[in-house]
Write a protein that binds this ligand. Structure first.
Ligand SMILES: [Zn+2]
Length: 522
């Protein structure tokens, strides 16, 4: 997410107590359950507590396969903007302990009344009892114990009431306006087992500042159908899209942190391609273009092309064959894997120049394809690892293509909002957006600039490239980021770490005296 000057509306978080199926509004025709095809799990009593077993219960596993696969079947009623969803989750136990339950982070519960959870089903379609909601954390007991290397498959049934975008419903990526329906962060995502403590499921604490979701890369197969669909409905989504009928699509998207999309009847599309990656911009034509001669879509697609090229060459290879940009009917911008939203406000208010928000936000969201998507991080605990890097990537863009505007960028973007707060703050340290942005996004850039001036361009840029290369596809921590620096260079920036970080000595002694990682550059 990129944030400018405005204070974000902070929605009242829904922490409704756990009740499985709230009162139903219009009942949705839910798609039928797929035939069961999971590998049979060894029968055992579910009450056993998780414990290491040295007798793997015979699951050959192919680690090439993604640990998590989501098969989603969703039916959206265009008139009511309600969506019925059947989500089948296949999860492989990559730990060495036995797992008894699957635990999910449920972003759609960020706002009250959006999600109506119906039930969890086992492979045979039987309802799984004793599921538990704790705010946005959903625990589903597994019918059988899940041994290391084995996979389990369960299904979740729920309805979504997608509300109109407004000050009381400011989640632009899961709302509708008179011309688009945005569907992002719309289904439960599997938590991280053993992330902070062995044998314990981790789901982030929801907060109304910044983002919190942390997900492994997963594969997605979505069947989307729209009931009462208007004519010329266009779907903007990442991955391989097959339109099977006028308002029916199949979407296959591999290796994403999330699967988001947008629907509209008035999208126009402009495309370009870089290194065999198709970049598509879905935007709205402007009546005034003829008078003003301004064509913001042309500006945005050029910035997207150039930024993509710069980051793809200097960070690490982008893993998908398409990148989608949507002119979004909500403020600022928002990143998802393979698709990003750039606010309609930046198109509407574009002043014809490259030194303007349209360029800043477009390249910022594209940089998130690396700092958030390819290299995952804990967005709540270490937001600087995606937000400060995405914001600093804006500077790298101006330096590469429009160096005459570098000074403007510093004044306009950073020096206007100086902060003394520490860069490695968490989102939970803040209760309002502005000081959070100033510290994490913007002071983060001052920290990177100080590091770059001390280490030199070559070492600094190689650091980013090494980090991107080494942690592509993974979830990186602050320690991972700093440990890519050689011990010598890590020591050379000690004062900068003290100046900008709460945890200046981020690396334990063992890591500071280590042999340097075979770096590309430093
Ligand atoms: Zn951002």
């Amino acid at each position: 997410m990129s944030l400018v000057a405005c204070e974000q509306n902070t929605p009242e978080l829904s922490n409704t107590p756990s009740n499985v199926s709230q009162q139903q509004s219009a009942t949705m025709i839910l798609p039928s359950l797929p035939p069961s095809q999971t590998r049979a799990l060894v029968n055992d009593d579910a009450s056993a507590t998780p414990f290491p077993t040295n007798t793997p219960m015979g699951c050959e596993t192919n680690l090439e396969e993604r640990q998590v696969h989501y098969a989603l079947s969703a039916t959206l009623d265009w008139n009511t903007k309600q969506m019925g969803v059947l989500q089948t989750v296949t999860y492989r136990n990559d730990s060495d302990t036995v797992i008894h339950e699957l635990v999910f982070y449920v972003e759609p519960r960020r706002l009250q009344g959006v999600m109506q959870f119906r039930s969890a089903l086992d492979e045979a379609g039987n309802e799984i009892p004793n599921i538990e909601f704790d705010g946005w954390r959903l625990s589903v007991p597994l019918p059988e114990r899940l041994f290391p290397n084995c996979s389990a498959k369960i299904s979740l049934l729920f309805n979504l009431n997608i509300g109109p975008y407004s000050s009381t419903n400011p989640i632009g990526w899961l709302s509708y306006t008179d011309r688009q329906v945005n569907i992002g962060h719309w289904f439960p995502t599997v938590g991280l087992y053993g992330y902070q403590m062995p044998g314990v499921w981790y789901t982030p604490r929801m907060h109304f500042i910044g983002e919190q979701s942390i997900t492994v890369l997963a594969d997605y197969d979505l069947q989307l159908s729209v009931q009462n669909a208007p004519a010329n409905l266009t779907l903007a989504a990442p991955g391989i899209i097959t339109q099977t009928e006028p308002a029916k699509w199949q979407i296959e998207f591999n290796g994403g942190r999330e699967l988001a999309m947008s629907l509209s009847t008035t999208f126009e599309k402009i495309t370009t391609s870089v290194d065999d990656v198709l970049i598509e911009l879905y935007y709205y034509p402007r009546e005034d273009t003829r008078e003003t001669g301004l064509n913001p879509a042309a500006r945005a697609i050029l910035d997207a092309e150039q930024a993509f090229k710069l980051y793809n060459e200097n960070f690490s290879p982008y893993p998908h064959n398409r990148l989608v940009i949507v002119e979004g009917d909500f403020p600022d911008g928002m990143e998802f894997s393979g698709i990003v939203f750039v606010s309609e406000a930046w198109f509407r208010t574009w002043n014809g120049r490259v030194n303007d928000w349209l360029t800043i936000i477009t390249v910022h969201e594209i940089a998130h394809q690396w700092w958030y998507s390819l290299i995952g991080t804990n967005q709540g605990q270490t937001p600087y690892l995606d937000e400060a890097l995405a914001t600093y990537s804006e500077l790298l863009y101006y330096q590469a293509y429009y160096p005459e505007f570098v000074e403007w960028w510093w004044n306009f973007r950073v020096y206007t909002y100086l902060s003394e707060d520490k860069v490695d703050a968490t989102v939970y340290d803040y209760s309002s957006w502005r000081p959070y942005i100033n510290a994490v996004y913007l002071r983060g850039c001052l920290m990177f600039q100080a590091l770059r001036e001390t280490l030199g361009d070559e070492i600094f840029l190689a650091w980013l490239a090494d980090y991107a290369r080494l942690y592509s596809g993974h979830i990186a921590s602050s320690q991972d980021f700093w440990s890519v620096l050689s011990p010598t260079n890590y020591d050379r920036v000690a004062t900068i770490r003290q100046q900008y970080l709460k945890e200046a000595d981020i690396l334990p002694p063992a890591l500071t005296n280590r042999t340097p990682i075979a770096p590309l550059g430093n």
